[in-house]
Design a protein around this ligand. Structure first.
Ligand SMILES: [Zn+2]
Length: 162
């Protein structure tokens, strides 16, 4: 049984480190269904009502470590990681809206009646905070598999400092 000290002393892996993949036969990709089993079944079961906020926080933490300098960089990264086909719909001083087509978490699901893509929303939030500095919150206002929308829409309201 590891002690709390041993657990906290455990090395934390970075995105770059976990991206080192040696699978000469099977390659670097896996079925989307496997990701969804982990994300939409296992994590929801284990985390219960906390799933939404914990997944958002996880995405945000990762987003804060990303090497992105512009919203276009973030969109490109979302595409490169095959999270979805991202597109910037609005970018003003007050608001940034990113649409995600073909979302890895939810595209194709029979709509469940509530938004599902908390990890993705957090990732966009963290990425935008890396780019813009400061604090912002991203709300998923449309969701393909959650609400039956054509896209997952991530809306960031930017607090202007007076
Ligand atoms: Zn969604």
């Amino acid at each position: 049984m590891p002690t709390p000290l041993a657990r906290s002393a455990r090395k934390k892996l970075s995105v770059a480190e976990v991206s080192q993949i040696a699978r000469p036969t099977l390659g670097a990709e896996m079925p989307v269904a496997l990701f969804r089993v982990l994300r939409l079944i296992a994590m929801e079961d284990l985390l219960g009502r906390s799933a939404a906020s914990l997944l958002y926080n996880a995405g945000e933490k990762i987003g804060l470590t990303l090497d992105v300098r512009t919203p276009a960089d973030l969109v490109e990264l979302v595409r490169a990681l095959k999270i979805g086909e991202a597109e910037i719909v609005t970018a003003t001083a007050e608001q940034i809206i990113v649409d995600v087509h073909e979302c890895v978490t939810c595209a194709g699901l029979t709509p469940v009646g509530y938004p599902l893509c908390h990890f993705e929303a957090g990732l966009v939030a963290g990425g935008l905070q890396t780019i813009l500095g400061g604090n912002l919150f991203v709300k998923e206002t449309r969701c393909i598999g959650g609400l039956g929308d054509p896209v997952c829409r991530m809306e960031a309201q930017i607090k202007t400092r007076n």
